[in-house]
Design a protein around this ligand. Sequence first.
Ligand code: FAD
Length: 209
Amino acid sequence: MPNTFGLSHELTLWNAPGKAAALYAVGDNDELHAFLNFHQPDPPFDALRNPDAQRDLVATVFAGAGWEVPAMVNAMREADDLFFDTAGQIRMPRWSSGRVALVGDAAYAPSFLTGQGSSLALAGAYMLAHALATDRDHTAAFAAYERDVREFADMNQALVDNGAATLFPTTAQALEQRDTMLRALVTMPSTPPRPAHSALTLPDLAPPP
Ligand SMILES: Cc1cc2nc3c(=O)[nH]c(=O)nc-3n(C[C@H](O)[C@H](O)[C@H](O)COP(=O)(O)OP(=O)(O)OC[C@H]3O[C@@H](n4cnc5c(N)ncnc54)[C@H](O)[C@@H]3O)c2cc1C
């Protein structure tokens, strides 16, 4: 969309209970991304493989919304690069079988609502590499990787519950609480990071065997 707000490395967000619209610019250039997010009890499976149904669903959900939303919905109608998906988590009972091990989203996607997917994927890849460098027996290495990372992955997946997240409150009460908290801020928060963010200490990478 046209960058009428002159955004640069920043995001501006509109919320209603269970709905959010964001405009953001990741760089210095004029490219502005539009993001529409909504919560509903069941995933819209019928729309997942049907771009026309996706556009209709989003337009219906955001009908009557204020702020820049009508322009965003119009832009979505015209866009040839629409990305539509459900937000979900992957919880695998095991992360390896035979000589195959899963890492990142394939094993433990936490959903973008946690903001932790890239961190989990990078930390998991590091831990898998460490385990394989430490033990030449890949079965033992895979077991060590899962043993050492699973609790960290579980803690980060637990940061969201059924679609609720600080960025996207799903009820009027949660939205009011979030906004009250933000309005009361007089400085940037200096609270320690959430335990889930620092629950895993990366070992020094072992030298190759
Ligand atoms: C809208 C959105 C916002 C997000 N925001 C954040 C955020 O703010 N912070 C954060 O930490 N995370 C965020 N995430 C999550 C983050 O993007 C993922 O958790 C992370 O990219 C997972 O890394 P990965 O390497 O496991 O998987 P991916 O990044 O998905 O990489 C998998 C790769 O495998 C390729 N591939 C798939 N199938 C095949 C095949 N058969 N052969 C060859 N290649 C194949 C794919 O093309 C892809 O390049 C967000 C995700 C989404 C969707």
